[in-house]
Design a protein around this ligand. Sequence first.
Ligand SMILES: Nc1ncnc2c1ncn2[C@@H]1O[C@H](COP(=O)(O)OP(=O)(O)O)[C@@H](O)[C@H]1O
Ligand SMILES: [Mg+2]
Length: 399
Amino acid sequence: MIERLLAQARSGLSGVLVVRGEPGLGKSALLEHAVGTADGFTVLRGVGIESEAELAFAGLYQVIRPVLDRLDRLPAPQASALRSAFALSEEPIGGRFPVSLDVLGLLSEVAEERPLLCVVDDAQWLDQASADSLVFVARRLDADQLVLLFAARSGAARAFAARGLPELRLGPLGTKEARALIAGRHGQDVGLEVLDWLLTTANGNPLALIELPASLTPRQLAGQEQLDGTLAPPTSVEQVYLKRLERLPPQARGVLLVAACEEAGERATVARAAAELGLDPGVLSVAEAQGLVGVGRDRIEFCHPLMRSAVYRGAGFAERERSHRALAAVLADPGDADRRAWHRAAACRRPGARHRTASHPGAAPVDAGDRRAGQQLDGVGVIPVRGMHEDLLAVGLAL
Ligand SMILES: Nc1ncnc2c1ncn2[C@@H]1O[C@H](COP(=O)(O)OP(=O)(O)O)[C@@H](O)[C@H]1O
Ligand SMILES: [Mg+2]
């Protein structure tokens, strides 16, 4: 289906597809596959981020940032709505409709040169303004050699509403495919009883099929040791991850939580914040050895976005608050003001006790800007998207 869309785009036709399915069914993998096969395409990508779902136009900005320089090629009255949208106003001057028109104009302009592929993953977490604009564009595609692919979770609290757009609903793997996936990963080393258990428990979810064996000992996996009764079937992949987290030493869980709170995945920042909490960042190697995270020179990456949410949601509010606060404390650089504000705001997102940052015992003083950001995070308005300032400066604040 996706290949057909790409082929059509090469011959000048546009297309759109919304891939839907539960976590772990392969939506991101499918988008990656599309990107991998889009030879000769300009590729623009964006991903909805849970904690940025209230930041108007954050998602859209991610997608079109690489082509913002083409705004100059649009007729002058056009581009202006888009420019004001990125000046971080909730309701841009002129409203959302002109912004969407500008986005359409901009993407069409880019697609004039070469076919264009836009992929947006985790679209359920796009901020509403971005989702509306992108869906608007998707509804008006015609002969533009432009392909728009969205992936969105089904069954999530937040949905990506895109009525009328063509959908591909991913379902579970059949038994044959599931067996092939297990064989591909673990060869013939899987005991028969284990194979049955895996197939039943994972229920055709590829991610669960990949992750469940990690909850077994090598002897259990090989069928040399009984599966004990404690292996109650997890009801979701997130629970599989939670189970794996339970076996980590508390220190390692603490550092992982800091990493889960630090959306940018900066290793140095996580290490400093962990130290601030009296945790040894080195214990992360335990989690790395178990494949829960990858630790690169500069970045820490979770093995799957669901692992990050398992870590985050699995922790209590107080622990999350402490982590966010530690991150705010180490992001002392003036250039990090927006990230610092964001963490302080996140730290006080407790239902019914939202803005207690200043009164919290031992809390650092909150300046007015931080407090404003905290209030705005609750959906009243917008806080700056981290990284956005610098980027805007780079393309010229005159935008
Ligand atoms: N059809 C499939 N066959 C084999 N592996 C798959 C398949 N679909 C997904 N996977 C693997 O399952 C894991 C979860 O897929 P992912 O794309 O992250 O799911 P989603 O984005 O829907 O949550 C990835 O490691 C992916 O490579
Ligand atoms: Mg995904």
